[in-house]
Design a protein around this ligand. Structure first.
Ligand SMILES: Nc1ncnc2c1ncn2[C@@H]1O[C@H](COP(=O)(O)OP(=O)(O)OP(=O)(O)O)[C@@H](O)[C@H]1O
Length: 239
């Protein structure tokens, strides 16, 4: 099967609590998939299992037909799997430019420093942070921190980007800026999983939507149809 991501029977427990149960989900190359669900439904746990932060899970995760079991997060990143974090995690002591350059120096094969810096500059330009290349993260606004997080994620030229709530707390126009960036990235062929509570953004972006409730995927399909299903309305409205 020609999927960039193929998840089968994914399960995760914390002690006696089941956070994910029997999740099956595929993402096609270049696809834009939205993942939504109420707070605590398991979306971030799903990302952490795929990205390698929770290696101890049930089921199988194939990335570009390769099982990811046993691979650490940075090894998965080297295969072309990128993710952002809900709370941006820049290196506080490094400049914006260094924050994007440093991870590229540890890619396989490592990029020579001049190439890494040139690629990092191009990424900053892409997200509109070129004028802040020599600033430190503490001086950035929320939206600029999200852009830095995205620049770091797109620098390795991933086949799949998982954008985990990159729009939370942003204004209407800031959401539009991030949306444009994600569309542009996807336009270059990167598949994107968007996890988001900003429904306006997720419906505009997603070609397909999957809904998690209490650790299970309850429905997936075209966004308008999915959002109109009674189970989804009940999950969101509590009816
Ligand atoms: N490290 C952990 N230890 C124990 N329980 C956890 C851990 N991580 C997540 N959980 C629990 O698993 C469930 C799913 O959490 P998760 O963060 O994946 O939900 P989510 O859908 O991403 O929520 P949100 O939309 O609020 O980010 C929650 O009940 C949460 O408390």
């Amino acid at each position: 099967m020609n999927a960039v991501l193929d998840v089968r029977g994914l399960g995760k427990t914390f002690g006696g609590f089941t956070a994910l149960n029997g999740i099956a989900l595929t993402v096609a190359p270049g696809e834009r998939l939205g993942l939504v669900g109420p707070n605590g439904s398991g979306k971030s746990t799903f990302v952490n299992c795929i990205a390698g932060d929770f290696p101890d899970h049930a089921g199988v995760v194939l990335f570009r037909n390769r099982p990811l079991a046993g691979l650490k997060p940075h090894e998965r990143a080297r295969l072309g799997l990128s993710r952002t974090f809900q709370l941006p995690r820049p290196f506080r002591s490094l400049t914006v430019l260094e924050n994007v350059t440093v991870p590229l120096r540890f890619s396989v094969p490592p990029l020579p420093v001049a190439d890494a810096r040139a690629r990092a500059r191009a990424c900053l330009e892409r997200v509109g942070l070129q004028d802040k290349a020599h600033s430190h993260p503490h001086s950035l606004t929320q939206v600029d921190l999200r852009k830095l997080e995205l620049a770091r994620a797109l620098a390795p030229e991933p086949a799949l980007l998982i954008a985990d709530e990159v729009m939370a707390g942003l204004s209407h126009s800031e959401v539009d800026q991030i949306l444009d960036l994600l569309f542009a990235l996807n336009g270059d062929g990167t598949a994107v999983i968007m996890i988001e509570h900003v429904m306006r953004a997720i419906t505009a972006f997603s070609q397909r939507l999957a809904v998690f409730v209490a650790g299970r995927k309850i429905v997936e399909g075209d966004p308008q149809t999915v959002l109109a299903t009674p189970e989804v309305e009940a999950a969101y409205l509590g009816t």
